[in-house]
Design a protein around this ligand. Structure first.
Ligand code: NDP
Length: 287
């Protein structure tokens, strides 16, 4: 007789809506390449008022972990047993590890971003950074950049979100020691000449609005600048095209997506996935 084991290791994503989330394609390609035959990534639509039930279900089914995407990244915090220091500062969790019914929350959006930036040859230490937007992506990125040693962070955001931007600047200043400020975004933004890294952390350019780009004076992009987008679909945006046509170095949001997924897999399985396989799988779905 042979020993049989058909028990599945379950991970996945809770979101609403979530049907377009590409996690399953990227992560199951990685599982396959790693030979992790009984690992499953489930895409699960959880209504906002059912998140508590969904987390109880995760515990009941002994799922190994879950990604949380909009609108659950903040509301999940009180349902967890432990939250990483960075995720506490960010105020949001996008991945959970379940260790024997102890739920640990982490924010791998910012960590994936940092890894992608490093892969592109950029070191954040001492850099002056401008970030467009003050939402979840901006919070994760700005806090990780500050913790990694950036010297100055400017949050550029539309005035309707003034409170959000001030709250972020306040957190950065009090908890990381970085020099942080808020600039209201009322007209074409002119990039200060001392800026090292410019980051679009708004949804501008995301499918289906693929012709849109942030309201900026693009001629203020200077030669030493590094331009980074968070948009993963399409991976080449009009914002990046402005950098490309001026021979300015840039990096797309695809690397952030792949790296955060790779960190999730490492935290869930203990294995290092093949990022080339994951990138290829993602390219097959976005074209
Ligand atoms: P949020 O809605 O939390 O924040 C978006 C921010 O951008 C807000 O400050 C918002 O202001 C501002 N904004 C939106 N539209 C405009 C506009 N037309 N002009 C100026 N500012 C604008 O979203 P997230 O931060 O969660 O996500 C932002 C983007 O990051 C998304 O496109 C998402 O796909 C991408 N992302 C990519 C990841 C990756 O792995 N590559 C990971 C996580 C996110 P207001 O609220 O007033 O509209």
């Amino acid at each position: 007789m042979k020993e049989l084991n058909f028990l599945d290791n379950l991970v996945g994503v809770f979101g609403h809506p979530v049907a377009e989330n590409p996690g399953v394609v990227i992560q199951e390609a990685a599982f396959e390449a790693l030979g992790l035959k009984r690992w499953r990534f489930l895409t699960i639509d959880v209504d906002p008022d059912k998140l508590q039930d969904a987390i109880a279900g995760l515990r009941a089914m002994k799922m190994r972990g879950i990604n949380c995407t909009l609108p659950h990244k903040i509301n999940v915090l009180p349902l967890l047993d432990e939250i990483s220091p960075a995720a506490q500062l960010i105020g949001a969790v996008n991945m959970i590890v379940n260790d024997n019914n102890r739920l640990f929350g982490e924010n791998t959006d910012g960590k994936g971003f940092m890894e992608s930036l490093r892969e592109a040859g950029e070191d954040p230490i001492g850099k002056k950074v401008v970030i467009l937007g003050a939402g979840g992506a901006s919070r994760a990125i700005s806090i990780e950049m500050a913790l990694a040693g950036a010297s100055q962070i400017t949050i550029v955001n539309i005035p309707s979100d003034r409170a959000l931007a001030y709250a972020l600047v306040d957190t950065l200043t009090k908890h990381t020691g970085v020099e942080a400020k808020y600039v209201p975004w009322e007209s074409e933004y002119i990039i200060p000449s001392e800026t090292d890294i410019l980051i679009n952390a708004t949804p501008i350019g995301l499918y289906p609005n693929i012709d849109e780009k942030p309201m900026m004076d693009y001629d203020s992009m200077h030669g030493d600048l590094f331009v980074q987008d968070v948009i993963p679909n399409p991976s080449f945006t009009p914002f990046l095209a402005e950098a490309e046509k001026r021979n300015i170095r840039w990096n797309s949001g695809m690397g952030m997506l792949i790296n955060q997924a790779a960190i999730n897999i490492k935290m869930w399985t203990g294995r290092n996935p093949d990022k080339a396989v994951m990138t290829e799988a993602y390219r097959t779905i976005i074209g």
